[in-house]
Write a protein that binds this ligand. Structure first.
Ligand code: NDP
Ligand code: 2IT
Length: 444
């Protein structure tokens, strides 16, 4: 296969899906050589089956607001690939959700899940419903209406959804409740469930903690200590919050967090008490990050991202394409030595090029943020065997998985000069496992 030709064909067949094209382009460019060393792959045109989702469900979701008005949103579930296990991946509720965004996420998820060492295929779902400003009752009615349609496509051994942007413990709880009622079964079909009804300890923390564990592995390769390092984090949701929690524990200084309106800069560092304030603000009152600046008298920059602030380490943890070429140049000029992605595809292709050229430690999301789905896999394992592990057990397994993912990146991504291209490593390692599983199962 020629990566450029495969991509051009996909662009013609699936126009107006820029995020999907972007995610596929990155993977194809890095796996091309390895793919071509296996003529048996091309003989069955494996690449086409790997890039195009197995199936896409789309459906109408109609729900009633608190004033009795009816609204209709679109709902989707993309089942990308189940060669190595049941489809697995989160649900995103955000006004921007469309097929392109969910196709990129489901595609990436397939490689990410392959890296986790657990038997999970890739999928993603969501809706263009915006949770912003909605009451609890409205969120519940929307979740119920969404699941009324989704439930026929999912199951504990078929497809297991979880959270993502706009979907946390509250939303998973409402969706699971409706799913359970409709199917008359209490199964492990959702992960990220409440601890009282089958959820796993450490799942809320897993993505953020996992990203920091991955970062530690990268820093170790260059003998760098995280203690005392200045860190810029973006986002202030699930991933960002637990990233900051772990960083504080390890003695790093986090100076920024953000939301879609702007970012705060706290030169003294966000400490445990300040983080507790943010968690209450975001998870309970659903307020804006700007309020932090008012509370603690620090700088707030409206409509901007934090990448212009000086830091040693940057951990983008909000959304796709939130760090562009100019941002990357600013980070590098300010002496940034490591970027590890908590979000999915936060760096644009131009930014990635800058990081790779500068040979800083740069980890793509599909490796660095795999801790979330890994603990989802551990939740499935606990549900299937009707037991619960302790937080220490789950955290130890998470740690081990992140170390393993790092080792896979090193194995497949080490360059001649001894440095590691983590993009190449993650893509090749993720790809090879899925490809071998697909080959063994014939052309289906
Ligand atoms: P949350 O909804 O909890 O938080 C999202 C954060 O990102 C919020 O601060 C939000 O700000 C900000 N944000 C969302 N969209 C935009 C946007 N278009 N522009 C600027 N800021 C934005 O989501 P998560 O923390 O769960 O997810 C964050 C990222 O991590 C996503 O890329 C997700 O796919 C990825 N991820 C999540 C995992 C998980 O387990 N939850 C696992 C692996 C990856 P605001 O409140 O203003 O919208
Ligand atoms: O992008 C992701 O890996 C997630 N949102 C978590 C998916 C999951 O199934 O836990």
């Amino acid at each position: 296969m020629k990566a450029a030709e495969v991509l051009d064909k996909l662009k013609v067949r699936f126009p107006n899906e820029p995020e999907y094209h972007q995610a596929v382009a990155e993977v194809l460019a890095t796996i091309e050589d390895v793919y071509n060393e296996h003529p048996e792959f091309d003989k069955v045109n494996l690449i086409e089956r790997l890039c195009i989702p197995d199936r896409i469900y789309s459906f109408r979701v109609t729900w009633m607001d608190d004033n009795g008005n009816y609204h209709t949103n679109m709902g989707y579930r993309i089942q990308h690939n189940n060669a190595i296990g049941p489809y697995k991946g989160g649900i995103r509720f955000h006004a921007s959700v469309n097929q392109s965004i969910l196709k990129f996420l489901a595609f990436e998820q397939t490689f990410k899940n392959s890296l986790t060492t657990l038997p999970m295929g890739g999928g993603k779902g969501g809706s263009d419903f915006s949770p912003r400003g909605k009451s609890n009752a409205e969120i519940m009615r929307f979740c119920q209406a969404f699941v009324e349609e989704l439930q026929r496509h999912i199951g504990p051994n078929t497809d297991v959804p979880a959270g993502d942007i706009g979907v946390g413990g509250r939303e998973v709880g409402y969706m699971f409740g409706k799913y359970k009622k409709m199917t008359r079964e209490h199964t492990g079909t959702y992960t990220g469930k409440g601890l009282e009804f089958g959820g796993s300890l450490v799942r809320p923390e897993a993505t953020g903690f996992g990203n920091v564990y991955f970062l530690l592995e990268m820093l170790k390769t260059r003998g760098i200590d995280i203690k005392g390092k200045t860190v810029c984090v973006s986002g202030s949701g699930n991933v960002a919050q637990y990233t900051v929690k772990k960083l504080i524990e390890l003695g790093a200084k986090v100076v920024t967090m953000s939301d879609s309106n702007g970012y705060i800069y706290d030169p003294d560092g966000i400490d445990a008490d300040k983080l507790a304030y943010i968690m209450e603000l975001k998870n309970l009152y659903r307020g804006r990050i700007k309020e932090y600046a008012e509370e603690y008298g620090v700088k707030y920059v409206e409509g901007a991202r934090p990448w212009g602030e000086k830091c040693d380490i940057a951990l983008p943890s909000a959304t796709q394409n939130e760090l562009n070429g100019d941002d990357a140049r600013k980070l590098l000029a300010n002496g940034c030595i490591a970027v590890s992605e908590g979000a999915n595809m936060p760096s644009t292709p131009e930014a990635i090029e800058q990081f790779l050229e500068a040979k800083i430690l740069y980890a793509p999301g599909k490796a660095a943020n795999a801790g979330g789905v890994s603990v989802s896999g551990l939740e499935m394992a606990q549900n299937a065997s009707m037991i619960s592990w302790t937080a220490e057990e789950v955290d130890a397994k998470l740690h081990q998985i992140m170390e393993n993912i790092h080792a896979q990146c090193v194995k497949y991504g080490t360059l001649e000069d001894g440095t590691v291209n983590y993009v190449k490593g993650a893509n090749i390692a993720g790809f090879m496992k899925v490809a071998k599983a697909m080959m063994a199962q014939g052309v289906v």
